[in-house]
Design a protein around this ligand. Sequence first.
Ligand code: ACO
Length: 467
Amino acid sequence: MATKQETQQPQVDASRDGASGGDTLSVTDNRTGKSYELEISDGTVRTMDLRQIKVDEDDFGLMGYDPAFTNTASCRSAITYIDGEAGILQHRGIPIEQLSEQSTYLELAYLLIFGELPTPAQLERWTFDVTHHTFAHEDIKKFNEGFRHDAHPMGMLLANVGALSTFYPDAKHIDDPEERYMAAIRLIAKVPTLAAWAYRHSMGLPYVYPDNELSYSENFLSMLFKMENTYKPDPRLAKALDVLFILHADHEQNCSTNAVRSVGSSGVDPYSAVAAGVAALYGPLHGGANEAVLRMLRRIETVDNIPAFLEGVKSREEKLMGFGHRVYKNYDPRARIIKKHVDEVLEATGDNPLLDIATELEKRALDDDYFTSRKLYPNVDYYSGLIYEAMGIPTDMFTVIFAIPRTSGWVAQWMEQNEDPELKIARPRQVYTGRRDVDYTPSEKREGPEKITGPPAKRPKRPRRGA
Ligand code: ACO
């Protein structure tokens, strides 16, 4: 069971300076009997301090081993705070509940990147700048034409975001604040356009250009669905989408953000670093859970089948998708907010029978000791897929839509990283488990099975695509 320390991120205690305040950890190396005092600062020890712990002078020194960084802080950050035990999420100190009710996605993007809420004049300028960089270069359309009609839109987005670095080569001057600002603006402005064009391509529909008279979320809906000149997005859907954008904007050092920081630490331009984030988000363990929730609800089919489904989960035949979280061991605060918007969206789009199944499934799971004892509560993805589906967005696009708001989080984290005096190229160590000092064997002296073994014989056949 997760302890408070496991789910709450270390915080900087401004009243105490770890170095001079005497917070230390005493360690005795039982191999040598020697004792060491390691400084504790902000609830952490520096693993580099372990290096002094050696068996003898030739010893490399002790390292930390932490696959998946489950207990390693990779950076200092002032952007997003999470207390998973208490179900708290704050951006720049402001609770997500207040942001989702009172702010807009673009204002939040400003807050994430610049650290403060904008003044009205700053917000006006920021909104103007983002709105007037939404057009993508015409050559991107040609680039898109190279994709097959059934190309996954996330693969297209990934390629297109990376390609932006070739359209804006000056972005490589990452120490130039103006270039950094332009890259931030361009990424936040153009990712919705690239995302919508990926969708239109997959539908065989003509691309829709951005409409600078519309709000950020209205414009995205317009680029997805516009078929005649008169298209005006339903304000209830635009509002719900804006809230979803707020809820997905940043979530501290998650897999894709870590990818952006790791790639960005090489000094590459921000488009390439953000493309790494898109690639990480593409993975089903990260961005794809809401799609899995919809598949699960469809499979359950009726409310009557819920008890049998839950029995299957409890006997570990399957998972209750959209439940559980690595960090939240309480109701994910974003799930609570999304739930409130589901009804508004369905009012605009018509009932979805899957909602009845989702609501009843949640109720029964939360009444069941199996789930509560394991601290399994709905996460952000439990209801978001229902909203996207109600809006008429196909499931392939769900992860793409996640990437749109997360772009501001990636940009904010990339900006913060580039101002970090401790920034170094990310380069983890390894525990080497292979052989050493092996002599090269000439080909004719190598022994092994005569028959060349290929891939497993039972590998399922996939239809070949093209030459
Ligand atoms: N359904 C049933 N049982 C679950 C579930 C679930 N969704 N999630 C965790 N458990 C059980 C595990 O079997 C384990 O039980 P045990 O202690 O008896 O073995 C216990 O709860 C702890 O689970 P872990 O796997 O240790 O939790 P972890 O933090 O590693 O996993 C994760 C978190 C991957 C999100 C997991 O809860 C899961 O797979 N959930 C479903 C997928 C999902 O909704 N992902 C979206 C996450 S939100 C996001 O990425 C934007």
